[in-house]
Design a protein around this ligand. Sequence first.
Ligand SMILES: [Zn+2]
Length: 378
Amino acid sequence: MKPFNHGERRKGTVSDEHGAIAFAEKVLAMLGEGRFTTTYKYAVMLGLIDLCLEGVTTNGRAPDSVTTVQLAEKVLRLYWPHTVGFDGDERVLRQSSVGRAEVLTLIVAFRSKQVRDPSASLSRARQVAPAAYANLLREVEWKLVEMPLPRVQQFGALDDPFIYQIGWDPSIRRKEFLDLHGFSNAIRFVGDASDHLVRLAGLLRPLLQRRWAADVARMNGDRIKDAALEDFLFGVDRIALKPVLDELRELQNGRCFYCAGPLKEPQVDHFIPWARVPLNAIENLVVADKSCNNGKKDHLVAAPHVRSWMARLASHASDLEAIAHKASWDQGSAQVLGVARATYLLLPSSARLWLSAKPSAQEFVAADPCDLKLALAG
Ligand SMILES: [Zn+2]
């Protein structure tokens, strides 16, 4: 068997589809491997998916590599909301079946020293305690380098790097190695792996989240009683969106982003739906009236909306930056643009995109790949 394809990348061919399916099968097998006693493998996979989406170029190509620092930032972001009490209980949920998951312990220690407010966002924490945040990030990076990254792709005794190759010697045992000359922090994707992760993101994300939640439920025994867990771990905190509502509404001159009507009952909407990619950066937030927001739900939107979203990014970059700064909010137009390309450039013309909320029914149109490509070219 020849597991890697180092050949020329092609898009949309039958062999691509087979390649993606074979790849997905292997990811499933990997997740079923029992060697992991913590939830790290899910965090690593979700982090890699997010980095691949964010790195998609104007040609629709996923990145060839990412770094351990970038991944550490993603993993930290994933675990951050997990390190507060669940369901009225102050204790943090266990995420290891043996001992403690060290990444969680690190974050809990950071929170107790630096940001006591459990509702504080990670961006806020970074702003309040930049040095301690940098230190935490480094500790998390080291945990990833030491533990899951060299081991995630092991099947029994077989090491099968079908997603990525690491640039360091997996036997290193001290954090100081990160500073040595010659330590490579690259995580290089093998063959078409990063393209597969982009294409399969919509399928893999809910699967990874569900398995992650199931493992957490198992590790915490009878503390978990209902399906609220998955929402606690991965859901969007709608109340937390309030601080940016007024300023975004002003930026839109009090008009709904989608129908341009005057805003009644304004709501902050994730332009690229949270269920697809949990992306809270200010660039991904728009304000819509209730009926448009309810109609749009988790749908992708038609090219005219993509066009006006791109126009807002171009003409209001500094305003968005100012809003983010004032509210200690995430920002990152390059990342958000990458995700938008990953989401819209690979859509088949059979996809249905939401256009508008009509009193009678929601209006959808067929995706027009050429039009979407033009819209995203800005
Ligand atoms: Zn509207």
